[in-house]
Design a binder for this molecule. Structure first.
Ligand code: AMP
Ligand code: ZN
Length: 481
């Protein structure tokens, strides 16, 4: 099946063909690690995780390299470290900066794991690649695409003819629309920073231009080249990064002579109840806030997947409730269904069509409806296929099973086999004999064992009947006959 992806750079869907047919390489701009991820930050994580899962399915898990960076050079991280130092925290400022990044990365991992996002293959921290950034900046200066002035190094935007091609805008359009900073060390207000000086009290690295730190854009160009090579397949991120961040990444890498990314993918923004998420509107919340309110990560994921990634998406309370109901229903259809089935063709086809997660969920709804008409395990193959199809989108993963306290209420009964019935009947007969022999210790023990195995026994005048409960566990009856 051919995967088709919308390439922002071409403004159309294209057939996806990796440069190395055996190995797919993808880079996604990761978070700046100064605080908890908000719900909007989770959107690219879930979108590109779903793509990662699809690519792993098509090319094999070992044949996809997914790099997502951590930007750990940032004023807000420094500010927190400085505040902690002033409040009497132990350690040097550098140590406190590191501590803040480590803490934030730990939260990020915990929160994104909870959304069922696989960890990318590589998660480089910018601070571990300063040498590569310095080398790239030196090369850009050498080629005439950058210049050093007053401890700063700037990229000479007008030296790159195709600047703006990603978003289809001209340099002049962009100047008109953007807040470009005028500064005495800039030849042109449009030029952007590759390197800037650090003060003594801030983290910095020695460089040919003095002690300083890299600009944000050069981080991604340097890390992508180092970890994926000069040319790779897919580059992703939120729409808000298209300009200037991605235009700048392209300018830097292209001027190095790198092919850089073939396909550019951008997710649209997330809103809350129809409004932009913002602190002042009081509708700003983190992924952790939701998890702490008891919203399962799977529910967040479901809501995110219900809107195509190139459409603005609205988080609403109504969608959350509906997702909870649907997932509970779907879970009830997969109780006792083994993993490892083959995903449904239509689900894979929907995902392969520029990650049409909405259509994939619609197909899952239809499959669930079909299963609901049947007795449990009447068509185990279809059940396995349903589970595998949900799992390729990162839903119905085993990790969340414990998060459904109410699931036993809707679980369908354990599917009895003739052996199960024979086993329970044998134990009931033994219990009957023990009663007749007045061996009450034995009959009580057998009664308790049946209860522990979730067998509901009804003693009536006309005989004993029993039902195997949803949690029937034959291992609890082993050795009793
Ligand atoms: P940041 O840490 O702000 O650089 O953002 C990390 C990622 O989250 C980037 O890919 C952003 O494009 C993305 N992002 C930020 N806000 C939103 C939002 N409201 N909706 C969707 N994606 C977002
Ligand atoms: Zn980036």
């Amino acid at each position: 099946m051919t995967i088709r992806l919308y390439n922002t750079a071409q403004r159309k869907k294209v057939d996806f063909a990796p440069i190395d047919p055996e190995n797919v390489r993808m880079y996604v701009c990761g978070p700046t690690v100064y605080d908890r991820a908000h719900l909007g930050n989770a959107r690219p994580v879930i979108v590109f995780d779903t793509l990662f899962r699809l690519l792993r399915h098509v090319y094999g898990a070992e044949h996809v390299t997914y790099v997502r960076n951590f930007t750990d050079v940032d004023d807000k991280i420094n500010a927190t470290a400085l505040a902690r130092k002033e409040a009497g925290a132990e350690g040097s400022l550098e140590e406190l900066v590191r501590e803040r990044s480590d803490e934030t990365i730990g939260w990020y991992h915990a929160d994104m794991d909870a959304l069922g996002a696989l960890r990318p293959t590589k998660e480089p921290r910018a601070t571990a690649f300063i040498g590569q950034m310095v080398a790239m900046i030196e090369a850009l200066i050498e080629k005439g695409h950058a210049y050093a002035k007053e401890g700063h190094v700037l990229f000479r935007v007008r030296s790159y003819e195709k600047y703006g091609a990603l978003s289809g805008r001209t340099v002049d359009d962009m100047i008109a629309g953007a807040r470009v900073e005028v500064a005495p060390f800039k030849e042109d207000p449009l030029d952007f920073v590759l390197w800037k000086p650090s003060t003594d009290d801030l983290p910095g690295w020695d460089s040919p231009w003095g002690r300083g730190r890299p600009g944000w854009h050069i981080e991604c160009s340097a890390m992508a080249a180092e970890l994926l090579g000069e040319s790779f397949d897919i580059h992703g991120g939120g729409n808000d990064l298209q300009f200037p961040h991605h235009e700048n990444e392209i300018a830097q890498s292209a001027c190095m002579g790198h092919g850089f990314a073939n396909v550019w993918m951008h997710n649209e923004m997330l809103q809350v109840e129809g409004k932009k998420m913002s602190k002042s509107l009081g509708n700003f919340f983190t992924v952790r806030d939701l998890l702490e309110q008891g919203v399962l990560g799977e529910v967040i994921r479901f809501v995110m997947l219900s809107t195509h990634y190139r459409k603005p998406m609205d988080w609403t309370e109504k969608k959350r409730v509906e997702a909870e109901q649907t997932l509970l229903f779907w879970r009830s259809l997969t109780v006792g269904v083994p993993e490892g089935g083959k995903p449904d063709r239509e689900v894979v086809a929907a995902l392969s069509d520029d990650l049409n997660t909405h259509a994939a969920l619609m197909r899952l709804h239809a499959m669930a409806k079909e299963l609901d008409q049947m007795q449990p395990h009447e068509n185990l193959e279809l059940e396995e296929q349903f589970l595998a199809s949900a799992q390729i989108t990162g839903l119905l993963l085993d990790d969340w099973r414990g998060g459904y306290p109410a699931v036993s209420d809707v679980e369908r009964n354990y599917i009895e086999s003739a052996d199960d019935r024979a086993l329970v009947e044998g134990i009931l007969a033994k219990r009957q004999r023990a009663r007749e022999e007045k061996d009450f210790a034995m009959s009580d023990m057998l009664r308790d064992a049946l209860k522990a195995a979730d067998v509901d026994v009804k003693d009536a005048k006309d005989g004993v009947t029993f039902k195997l409960g949803p949690d029937f566990d034959p291992s609890k009856l082993e050795g009793l006959l």
